[in-house]
Design a protein around this ligand. Structure first.
Ligand SMILES: NC(=O)c1ccc[n+]([C@@H]2O[C@H](COP(=O)([O-])OP(=O)(O)OC[C@H]3O[C@@H](n4cnc5c(N)ncnc54)[C@H](O)[C@@H]3O)[C@@H](O)[C@H]2O)c1
Length: 248
């Protein structure tokens, strides 16, 4: 406590962050923020090479792990790179395989559920023994308004993102006594994922946002940093929308 009130710095100096889906979009902006806030970041992506320049400028604080989050060995390799200290886990990796449900193949279903839900679970299960032992941890999962209110053409994605909300709340209860918080953000930002949606459908989504626009990726980062901060230690099991009001 300072003379003027509580210390609120969101400083990540000395913290280790494991982050998935790091090479572009919201993930890339988040990785950049953690690095500039002093953290050591272990960044997972299917292809982390776009982060090469950032790694060169990071003084060894950015470690790249190439791999698929749906494979448990990717989580194991990231944890091994951490030397056992993991303060923050950000589950952000994601894919779309949008189709009306009668056209969703077994592969479209499995891929989306595996990347979002199983992938997040794989990372959580690998990281939490270290967080529990340390008596400290911050986990931020990524859901979507699709998981809250459902989205046309996204039965697989809506199921995965709703599953992430349920998992977030269950594991928040399991870890509350260990000093580990588990929350989720629900973003709505202009990224390659949004660009992959056909223009007319994308415009329908944009018009459905009370703010009538998508966020920039950097507008999403403060919510993630807040939930990942030491200061947010009494917040767990929540979903924080950063979505211009689309879930209202
Ligand atoms: N952009 C939005 O408006 C929006 C809305 C709601 C939720 N989200 C969620 O936010 C997260 C980030 O979305 P984005 O828009 O930045 O996406 P993006 O497509 O721009 O980036 C996703 C990143 O995840 C990586 N990735 C994909 N599959 C992976 C896998 N199996 N293993 C490891 N890495 C993998 C990709 O290579 C990419 O770098 C996702 O979970 C997405 O579902 C985004």
């Amino acid at each position: 406590m300072s003379a003027t009130g509580p210390d609120v710095s969101f400083d990540f100096t000395g913290r280790t962050v494991i982050h998935t889906g790091s090479a572009q979009g919201i993930g890339r902006a988040t990785v950049e923020h953690f690095l500039s806030s002093g953290a050591r970041v272990i960044a997972i992506d299917l292809d982390p090479t776009p982060l090469g320049e950032l790694q060169s400028a990071s003084d060894g604080r950015l470690i790249l792990v190439g791999g698929n989050v749906s494979d448990p060995s990717t989580a194991d390799r990231a944890v091994a790179a951490s030397d056992g200290r993991i303060d923050v886990l950000i589950n952000n990796a994601g894919v779309l395989r949008d189709r009306v449900h009668w056209k969703i193949s077994d592969e479209d279903w499995t891929t989306v559920l595996d990347v979002h839900l199983r992938g997040s679970f794989n990372l959580i299960r690998a990281c939490t023994p270290h967080m529990r032992a340390a008596g400290y941890g911050r986990i931020v999962n990524t859901t979507s308004y699709a998981g809250i209110r459902g989205n046309f053409g996204q039965a697989n994605y809506s199921a995965a993102k709703a599953g992430i909300i349920g998992m977030t709340k269950a594991i928040a209860k399991e870890l509350a006594s260990f000093g580990v918080t588990v929350n989720a953000i629900s973003p709505n930002a202009h990224t390659a994922m949004i660009e992959s949606i056909p223009f007319e459908r994308r415009e329908e989504i944009r018009k459905d946002v009370p703010m009538q626009r998508f966020a920039t990726t950097t507008e999403v980062v403060p919510a993630i940093a807040f939930l990942a901060s030491a200061e947010a230690g009494y917040i767990t099991g929540t979903v924080l929308p950063v979505d211009g009001g689309i879930a209202i």
